[in-house]
Design a protein around this ligand. Structure first.
Ligand code: 13P
Length: 249
């Protein structure tokens, strides 16, 4: 049995003060919940506050990106060592918004993923097709390409902590959720690819999350599918009650 992981991606929302206020409301709502792993990924500026207030709780803190070098002249970037130094344990890599708006490529996703794994962080590596690709029947090809390139030159041993998130771009922030059947199909493609690259045992324990307009109303239909190992939640994770309802689907 793979333990499900329910992760919040706050994107560019909330100040440190708002972060503290969120956890004041959220932690009591999920206290004692150990069926699933819970992770919240706020903006960099909020990480210290988030780590501080979640200490000794059942909630882990993740970042939304990581650079592949430990340090250097890379204005605006943050390294894995820096994240570890403030108590961060998880990191999102290759989110479609990074790919769409900030020039992230399959190759830089691979570098970031390697750096995260190398450092001991748990990476949540995002893949997913855009609407035109789905309509052109290219979904499987896109997922396969993104996985092969992201996993390039990483051993199964190094990849032990890897988590993948399937986030169809057409479902992100649009209110259009992929049906559990669409998700299960995409997850099967990803798991097959992981089998090719890392082997069967690895692929059998790999957690593949779904992201894209997950809400309290649709969480249980998605999470009850055996093939869906959790969720990466954007908009609906910004409100404590709504994210708690998703966690407790
Ligand atoms: P929404 O839940 O707002 O659609 O965002 C999904 C997402 O991009 C999570 O990383």
């Amino acid at each position: 049995m793979r333990k499900k992981l329910i992760a919040a991606n706050w994107k560019m929302y909330k100040t440190p003060e708002e972060t503290r206020a969120f956890f004041r409301d959220f932690l009591p709502l999920v206290s004692g919940h150990d069926r699933d792993e819970i992770v919240v990924c706020p903006p960099y500026i909020d990480l210290t506050a988030a780590v501080e207030v979640t200490k000794n709780s059942n909630v882990a803190v993740g970042a939304q990106n990581v650079h592949w070098k430990n340090e250097g002249a890379f204005t605006g970037e943050i390294s894995a060592l820096m994240l570890l130094s403030v108590g961060v344990t998880h990191v999102i890599v290759g989110h479609s918004e990074r790919r769409q708006y900030f020039g992230e490529t399959d190759d830089t996703v691979n570098l970031r993923l390697k750096a995260a794994l190398e450092s001991g962080l748990t990476p949540i590596c995002c893949v997913g097709e855009v609407l035109e690709e789905r309509e052109a029947g290219l979904t499987d090809d896109v997922l396969r390409r993104q996985c092969v390139r992201a996993f390039h030159a990483i051993s199964a041993k190094k990849a032990a902590k890897l988590v993948v998130a399937y986030e169809p771009v057409w479902a992100i922030g649009t209110g259009k959720t992929a049906t559990p059947e669409i998700v299960a199909e995409a997850h099967a493609v990803i798991r097959r690819e992981a089998t090719e690259v890392f082997g069967e045992d690895f692929a059998a324990q790999l957690r593949i999350l779904y992201g894209g307009s997950v809400k309290p109303e649709n969480a249980s239909a998605l999470m009850e599918k055996e093939e869906i190992d959790g969720a990466l939640v954007g908009g609906a994770s910004l409100d404590a009650k709504s994210f708690a309802a998703i966690v407790k689907y």
